[in-house]
Design a protein around this ligand. Structure first.
Ligand code: SF4
Length: 378
């Protein structure tokens, strides 16, 4: 028993059942994005997706049956999950079991822009999903601003009514020049129209922004204009995803030719500080839940925690250079997540040791070392 699964989902949707309604990205031109570059976009038929949902529902029934056989009364415990490792279709069973073990309440529609599916087909898919998995209360998806802008109010409302609850949009920047250079295929004004329309249809809106995307040349404009777009939309969630330049992408080529100068970690944090300082009057949550972000604890609810977030950034930017460098290496090695982690003497010692080893391996080129470590995470 198998069903299709796409390559990615937002970090915040890790407990979701993954339902693939289209393959790859219909746009696929963003210069920084390596995810679907060699893949062709195709839309799946509603019948195919519904057939996948039936397969998932049958797997869920079988997984619960295995649990009952093991005396776990249908509950998906770690023992049940270990047992599934030996099943012939282990990965599909594991994905469904992990979703059930985490409550079975959320599903994510893949891949990059599910709202390109004709709305009536998507309504049929979501309706089947909720019928076959009655425990699901959240259905979320990525969508492009351009696609949202083209959907009528009625179409968006019908999707929300069917059960689609949250939409993740890659805003990336609110500066038109940055958007043009990144070939995002959308303007700041279109982002605003799409965001306001999406919220008005009743969806929770999660906006991803990309610190560093303006490079050195456009960093300040990128920060200010992105804050402006976010203020206009006032999304429920702002999520930071720091730029990492991936080899083999058009942006990687631009760096090689000297046409794009990436920011270093401290410059990125300075840019984020400028951006967040512009979040006056906003009411949503800010999250830094991507592994590429330097500060994993930079999060808060606006407006109450606005000052605290700025304080977190000021604390880091005010540290001595040695501690900053140590933290950067520790974070890129996955040894620390929050600044406070470095104040554990054992952790600090281990990071210091790892730094020495890296210095030797990279012949003192720590910038190159950090770049390579980040590239592993793209
Ligand atoms: S729209 Fe999203 S998935 Fe598609 S190329 Fe751009 S960043 Fe990548």
């Amino acid at each position: 028993m198998q069903y299709e699964v796409g390559p990615i989902r937002p970090p915040s949707e890790s407990s979701c059942l993954l339902v693939r309604v289209s393959r790859n990205c219909p746009w696929n031109r963003c210069t920084f994005c390596p995810v679907y570059k060699c893949e062709r976009f195709s839309l799946r038929s509603a019948d195919d997706v519904v057939a996948d949902i039936e397969v998932m529902a049958n797997i869920a029934e079988r997984v619960r049956g295995i649990s009952r056989e093991m005396g776990c009364e249908g509950e998906i415990t770690s023992a049940v999950i270990r047992r599934l490792l030996w099943e012939p279709d282990g990965s599909a069973a594991l994905q469904v079991a992990t979703f059930l073990a985490q409550g079975g309440t959320s599903a994510f529609l893949q891949d990059a822009d599910s709202l390109v599916m004709p709305p009536e087909d998507l309504v049929a898919v979501i309706t089947t999903l909720k019928k076959r998995f009655p425990s699901i209360i959240r259905v979320t998806s990525y969508a492009r601003s351009r696609t949202l802008e083209r959907r009528s109010k009625e179409q968006l409302a019908s999707l929300h009514e069917a059960g689609l609850t949250r939409i993740h949009v890659g805003i990336e920047s609110g500066n038109d020049e940055v958007l043009r250079l990144a070939q995002k295929g959308v303007t700041a004004a279109e982002h605003i129209v799409a965001g306001i329309k999406t919220k008005a249809a009743g969806f929770e809106l999660s906006c991803y922004v990309m610190p560093g995307l303006g490079g050195r040349a456009l960093s300040e404009q990128h920060a200010d204009d992105t804050a402006h777009v976010l203020r206009e939309i006032d999304p429920h969630f702002v999520r930071l995803r720091t730029l990492a330049v991936a080899e083999g992408t058009p942006l990687g080529d631009a760096v090689d030719k000297g046409e794009f100068e990436p920011l270093d970690d401290l410059e990125v944090l300075t840019e984020i500080r400028q951006m967040i300082a512009g979040f006056e009057g906003m009411t949503g949550e800010v999250h830094s839940d991507h592994v590429l972000n330097l500060l994993g604890d930079l999060a808060g609810k606006l407006p109450d925690e606005h000052r605290a977030m700025l304080g977190t950034l000021d604390t880091f930017l005010g540290l001595d250079e040695e501690t900053q460098k140590l933290y950067i290496i520790g974070r890129r090695l996955g040894m620390v997540n929050r600044l406070i982690d470095l104040y554990d003497s054992g952790v600090r010692q281990r990071v210091t040791q790892a730094r020495k080893q890296l210095e030797t391996a990279f012949d003192g080129d720590m910038e190159g070392a950090v770049h390579q470590l980040m590239n592993r995470l793209v």
